[in-house]
Ligand binder design. Structure first.
Ligand code: SAM
Length: 236
């Protein structure tokens, strides 16, 4: 998979050289390009924002640099890959990002993330981008961040770990929270007693069927307590 990110703060993404995604990049499983939006400006001040038409507080990101950036990055998608990119604009006004979104996007060949700042990006950029690829406006949750960088980092991490070969043991992905609509069961490691707290006996029993059934009950109980909205109405 190829991922391109456009931001006015490219150094936010330095962390993506670390850990599993860093290793996936070195192994050639994931290609990541991080670009400074200001490289597509032509004035002396490398301006990316201007005042909003109609008035109001804050500044809006100008369409011209975004148009040039998207033209160049989408063109890079076409020749060898024969596909159009999926262009993602993080936005608090978008569809909410879930594990299902991450799974869906992990099957794409080329993702382009456009990180907004200020009051956001001129609306015409989203319309224009639809001619270059599939456009998705995606929210990390119902709150407002200062920019799209943190949301993009979170999405790249959630998507990237689902790409085959990124996580060493693929079974560990199957059992995680949200994969089957439930939260994960509690996990324990050695020692079996720590500060007078003992690991549940069932986990020391060696009986795999009983352990599996205990874990399932824990998943349902934990989901009912913490996230009843995830359960079907008859289980909630
Ligand atoms: N004026 C915008 C609104 O009310 O919808 C918010 C702009 S916000 C200060 C600046 C940028 O941060 C957005 O363009 C977007 O890229 C990013 N952002 C803020 N909250 C986000 C969220 N919950 N999910 C994804 N991106 C977010």
């Amino acid at each position: 998979m190829r991922i391109d990110v456009v931001s006015i703060f490219p150094s936010y993404f330095d962390g993506l050289t670390l850990s599993l995604l860093g290793r996936a990049r070195s192994a050639g499983i994931l290609e990541l390009g991080v670009h400074d939006l200001r490289d597509w400006t032509s004035d002396r001040h490398r301006t990316v924002d201007d005042t909003p038409y109609g008035g109001g507080a804050g500044m809006v990101m100008k369409p011209e640099p975004w148009g040039l950036a998207l033209d160049e990055l989408a063109a890079a998608s076409a020749p060898d890959r024969q596909t159009r990119p999926t262009i993602i604009f993080p936005s608090p006004a978008g569809e909410v990002f879930t594990q299902a979104t991450a799974r869906e996007l992990s099957t794409r060949d080329h993702l382009v993330f456009g990180c907004g700042r200020y009051e956001g990006i001129d609306e015409r950029v989203f319309e224009y981008a639809a001619a270059l690829g599939e456009v998705r406006l995606i929210s990390l949750g119902d709150y407002v961040l200062n920019g799209g960088e943190v949301a993009t980092m979170a999405m790249i991490e959630a998507i990237g770990r689902l790409i085959p070969g990124v996580v060493g043991n693929p079974e560990s992905l199957v059992e995680e929270s949200h994969e089957d609509g439930l939260l994960e069961y509690p996990s324990y490691t050695k020692p079996s007693v720590w500060r007078e707290r003992a690991v549940p006996d069932v986990l020391l029993s060696g009986n795999h069927a009983v352990i599996a059934s205990w874990r399932r009950e824990q998943q349902i109980e934990r989901t009912r307590r913490r996230r009843p909205d995830l359960l079907p109405d008859d289980e909630g």
